[in-house]
Write a protein that binds this ligand. Structure first.
Ligand SMILES: C[S@@+](CC[C@H](N)C(=O)[O-])C[C@H]1O[C@@H](n2cnc3c(N)ncnc32)[C@H](O)[C@@H]1O
Length: 349
C-alpha cells in the first residue's frame, strides 16, 4: 500500500465515530430514504430540504459527509443512493448492529482503555453501578434493553433449529440451558414437540423473565427454574437426576478463560458418561465472511467496556483448550449451524 493510501485509510478510522453518527442522523431524518426512493437520478440538496422540511445547513452538512465517506454518490449536482446506504435502510443485520453500537456501546466505549487497564467494564457506569452488565440488564433504559436483546437474539435464534435437531438426535429426557436469557431456546424446543424436562439456569433477575415467557406460552410445567450465579464458587448445577444434555448457547463468551474452565468443570461434575455438553459459539476465526470476523472481534470490545471487562469472542482453539483443561473431550464439532456460521461443540466426559 502506498503511504498516501495508508493515510487515507487512517483518516477514515480517525473520523469513524463521526461518520457513524452522521449515517444514523441521515437515516433517522429520512435523508437516506428519500434518496433511495428517488432511484438512479437522485435528488439535489434543495429538493431534499423541501421534501423533509429540513434546514439547508443540516442537509448540506450530512450530504457532504456521506458523499466523501462513499455512502452516497454525487452526479451532476444530484445525490444518489448506494448499496451501502441501502444496507442501513433495509438490511436487518446492519440495523441491529448499528442500534447495538449506538445504544449499548457508544458512550461506554469512551472508557475502553481504562477498562483494559482495570480489568473492569468502566463504560458500564454510563448506565449504572453494577459489577457486570448482566446484573443490570433488566434495569437498563428501555431503548438500550431493546437493542441489547435484538442483538443477542438475532444471531443465536437463527441457530436454534439446527441445535435442536442435533440435541434431539440423542433422545434426551433432561436438558439444562445455562444462561437461558429470555427462554427463547425453550420456546423453540417445545414447539418442536420435545416432551422432556428443561432446567433453565441464569441469574435471578434474568430467570424471572424466562419464567414469565414460558408460563405465558403454556410450557411452565415442563420447566424447572434454577437461579444461580455460575461464577460463585459454591454454585453447583442440579445433579439428581443427571442431565442428558447441557446447552451453553452464546454463553461462555461472557466469561474469561479461567471462568470458562470453572463453569465447564461445574457442568462436568453433574455429567454422566452418557451426558453431553453442547457449546454454541460463533468463533471469529471460523467465519466465511470478512465482515463477520470484524463484527465478532469488535463485539469483544463491548465485553471489555460494557459487559464485564474480562471476556471476549473466542477462537475455536481457545474454546477447545478450555474444554480440555476442564476435563471434557470435544467428541464432535458441528459447523455452519444456522445462518451465521455458528459452531456447536459436542463434549463428553
Ligand atoms: C449472551 S446471553 C445468551 C443468551 C442465550 N443463551 C442465547 O443463546 O441467546 C448470556 C446469558 O448469560 C447470563 N449470565 C451472565 N452471567 C451469568 C452468571 N454469572 N451466572 C448465570 N448466568 C449468567 C445472562 O443473564 C444472559 O442471559
Amino acid at each position: 500500500m502506498k503511504m498516501v493510501d495508508a493515510k487515507s485509510q487512517a483518516q477514515k478510522i480517525a473520523f469513524a465515530p463521526l461518520t457513524f453518527q452522521a449515517v444514523r442522523s441521515a437515516l433517522n431524518l429520512g435523508i437516506l430514504k428519500v434518496l433511495d426512493d428517488a432511484g438512479k437520478d437522485g435528488l439535489c440538496a434543495d429538493k431534499i430540504e423541501k421534501s423533509l422540511g429540513l434546514a439547508q445547513y443540516t442537509v448540506s452538512t450530512l450530504l457532504e459527509v456521506l458523499e466523501s465517506a462513499g455512502i452516497l454518490e454525487c452526479k451532476g449536482g444530484a445525490y444518489v443512493s448506494t448499496k451501502i446506504a441501502q444496507c442501513f435502510l433495509y438490511d436487518q443485520m446492519t440495523k441491529i448492529n448499528t442500534d447495538f453500537v449506538h445504544d449499548v456501546c457508544y458512550r461506554g466505549a469512551f472508557y475502553l482503555q481504562e477498562s483494559f487497564a482495570n480489568g473492569k467494564p468502566e463504560g458500564l457506569k454510563v448506565f449504572g453501578n453494577w459489577p457486570t452488565v448482566y446484573e443490570g440488564l433488566s434495569q437498563l433504559p428501555p431503548q438500550v434493553q431493546k437493542s441489547w436483546f435484538a442483538f443477542d437474539h438475532f444471531y443465536s435464534d437463527n441457530a436454534f433449529d439446527g441445535v435442536i435437531k442435533i440435541i434431539l438426535s440423542k433422545k434426551p429426557e433432561r436438558v439444562f440451558d445455562v444462561g437461558c436469557n429470555t427462554g427463547k431456546f425453550e420456546l423453540a424446543l417445545f414447539s418442536k414437540g420435545f416432551k422432556g424436562e428443561v432446567t433453565l439456569i441464569d441469574l435471578p433477575q434474568q430467570l424471572k423473565k424466562a419464567e414469565e415467557n414460558l408460563k405465558a406460552a403454556g410450557f411452565g410445567k415442563n420447566c424447572g427454574f434454577y437461579p444461580a450465579d455460575v461464577l460463585k464458587k459454591e454454585t453447583k448445577f442440579p445433579e439428581n437426576p443427571a442431565p442428558d444434555a447441557i446447552l451453553m448457547s452464546q454463553f461462555l463468551d461472557c466469561f474469561s478463560k479461567e471462568q470458562i474452565i470453572s463453569i465447564v468443570q461445574k457442568a462436568r461434575n453433574v455429567m454422566t458418561e452418557k451426558s453431553r455438553l453442547y457449546i454454541l459459539e460463533p468463533f471469529w476465526d471460523n467465519q466465511k465472511f470478512e465482515a463477520a470476523k470484524l463484527s465478532l472481534t469488535h463485539t469483544s470490545l463491548y465485553f471489555t467496556a460494557i459487559a464485564n471487562g474480562s471476556s471476549k469472542m473466542y477462537s475455536r482453539a481457545e474454546m477447545e483448550s478450555c474444554v480440555k483443561t476442564a476435563g471434557l473431550k470435544v467428541e464432535k464439532t458441528h459447523e455452519n449451524v444456522g445462518n451465521h456460521e455458528y459452531t456447536l461443540l459436542e463434549c463428553v466426559k
